[in-house]
Ligand binder design. Structure first.
Ligand SMILES: C[S@@+](CC[C@H](N)C(=O)[O-])C[C@H]1O[C@@H](n2cnc3c(N)ncnc32)[C@H](O)[C@@H]1O
Length: 234
C-alpha cells in the first residue's frame, strides 16, 4: 500500500481499502497513485459503504480533480448541488483557502443531517455550509457571484442547474458537472442503471454541448469513469 505524508499539514494519507470501484486498468492505476484520502474522508466513505451509498459519491481520485481545480484556479466560493453525506464538500473545503466557503445543497433530509454532522465534525467545519432542501428552491436565495458550481445531483435537473450557474458564476470561474456520460446512455448504452431513462439523454447532451461552446467557455469533458465536464466561463 502506498502511503504519503502531507508536507504542510503532516496528515497521513492512505489509499481507501478495499479498492474503490475497479473500472479499467487505466483508472485503477490512477486510483492507486492519486486516490489517496485522509482519515476524515475515509470515515465518511466508510459511513457511505455501510449504507450502500458509496457508489453515488466521488471516488477519491475524482475528489483530487476538484481539489486541483480549486487550488489552480484560485477558487474561494463554491456552490455544490447534491451533498449526499458531504464527502465531496469535505474534499473541496480542504482545498479552499482559509477565507473560502462551500455551500452544499441536499434534498434528502436524512442524508442532509448526516452531511451537516460530518461537516461539523471536520477540521474545515467553518468553511462548509450544508443547506437542506430542493436545490432549485435554495439556489434562488444565492445571489452573490460565485467562483465555482459543482453539479452532482438529479441528472434531469442538469440544464436548469446550468441555467443558474451561467448567470451566477463569475467570469473566469468554473462550472463542473459529474456523471456527464450519463452512465453510458449518451451513446445508447442503457445498462448503466442509476435510474437513467431515455428522456434524460437530451438534457445531459444539451448540458455538455452548451459547455463545449468555445466562444463561451474554456472547457473539457474529462473521461473519468463516469465523465466530468469542466468549463471555465470566458
Ligand atoms: C450523486 S449524489 C451526490 C454525491 C456527493 N456530491 C459526493 O460526491 O459525495 C446526489 C445527491 O443529490 C441529491 N439530490 C437529488 N435531487 C436533488 C435536488 N433536486 N436538490 C438537492 N439535492 C438533490 C440526492 O439526494 C443525492 O444525495
Amino acid at each position: 500500500m502506498l502511503n504519503a505524508k502531507d508536507l504542510v499539514g503532516e496528515i497521513e494519507y492512505q489509499q481507501p481499502s478495499p479498492k474503490v470501484r475497479p473500472i479499467s486498468p487505466e483508472l485503477n492505476y490512477v486510483a492507486e497513485i492519486f486516490g489517496l484520502e485522509d482519515p476524515e474522508l475515509a470515515t465518511v466513505r466508510k459511513q457511505m459503504m455501510e449504507q450502500e451509498l458509496e457508489y453515488m459519491s466521488l471516488a477519491p481520485a475524482e475528489g483530487r480533480v476538484l481539489q486541483f481545480l480549486i487550488r489552480g484556479f484560485g477558487i474561494r466560493q463554491i456552490v455544490e448541488i447534491g451533498a449526499l453525506y458531504g464527502y465531496s464538500s469535505l474534499c473541496m473545503a480542504k482545498a479552499l483557502p482559509s477565507d473560502g466557503e462551500i455551500i452544499s445543497l441536499e434534498k434528502d433530509s436524512g442524508r442532509c443531517a448526516v452531511a451537516v454532522a460530518n461537516a461539523r465534525a471536520s477540521v474545515v467545519a467553518e468553511k462548509i455550509d450544508i443547506r437542506c432542501g430542493d436545490a432549485l428552491e435554495l439556489l434562488a436565495y444565492i445571489n452573490d457571484p460565485v467562483d465555482m458550481v459543482f453539479i452532482d445531483a438529479d441528472k434531469a435537473g442538469y440544464v436548469k442547474y446550468l441555467d443558474w450557474a451561467e448567470k451566477n458564476v463569475r467570469r473566469g470561474g468554473l462550472i463542473v458537472g459529474d456523471n456527464t456520460f450519463l452512465f453510458g446512455a449518451l451513446w445508447g448504452d442503457m445498462r448503466g442503471g442509476h435510474g437513467i431513462e431515455p428522456w434524460m439523454i437530451p438534457i445531459m447532451d444539451e448540458f455538455n454541448r452548451r459547455l463545449a461552446n468555445p466562444a463561451l467557455y474554456n472547457s473539457i469533458l474529462v473521461p473519468t469513469a463516469e465523465g466530468m465536464t469542466i468549463a471555465q466561463k470566458r
